[in-house]
Design a protein around this ligand. Structure first.
Ligand SMILES: [Zn+2]
Ligand SMILES: [Zn+2]
Length: 150
């Protein structure tokens, strides 16, 4: 899936009977502005929006995020337990996986072609067209460890 241009997005939304409202455009801008490796929860996004003067309810943020995931603009990640995070969807060749510290939630992104290959093989053999492949590893980062591990 190629990166979404503004025009693609508008055409896609229109085809599905949706519009790129200023609010959705604003959300997309926020995701484009965050540095790579950073992920936002719905609450984070809601805070950012309200701090910039946007009047939007948390439930609208949730709905909009779901819609944007469904459309392939955003990627939904289950990083910490029960906490969904979102990031900008990038082309398949730039897919990455996550290594998460269960204590401080520090997240490292990594790419591993073999994981993608395994995922693709599985999906293909079941006749699925693959949209995303995510591996999330949970662990304890060096800062949170007790230092006794060698
Ligand atoms: Zn990521
Ligand atoms: Zn940690």
């Amino acid at each position: 899936m190629a990166a979404y241009s503004e025009d693609d997005l508008k055409a896609d939304l229109n085809a599905r009977g949706y519009r790129l409202t200023p609010q959705r455009q604003r959300i997309l801008e926020i995701f484009r502005a965050i540095p790579q490796g950073k992920h936002l929860s719905a609450e984070d996004l809601h805070n950012t929006l309200t701090q910039s003067g946007e009047r939007i309810g948390l439930s609208t943020v949730y709905r909009t995020l779901h819609l944007m995931v469904y459309m392939g603009m955003l990627r939904e990640l289950e990083l910490a337990e029960g906490h969904k995070h979102y990031e900008l969807n990038r082309p398949l060749r730039e897919r990455h996986h996550h290594l998460v510290c269960v204590y401080c939630n520090k997240t490292i992104e990594f790419s591993e072609n073999q994981i993608d290959q395994v995922g693709k093989k599985q999906a293909n053999s079941a006749g699925y067209y693959i949209l995303d492949c995510q591996l999330t590893l949970y662990g304890i980062c060096p800062e949170c460890g007790d230092g006794s591990a060698s």
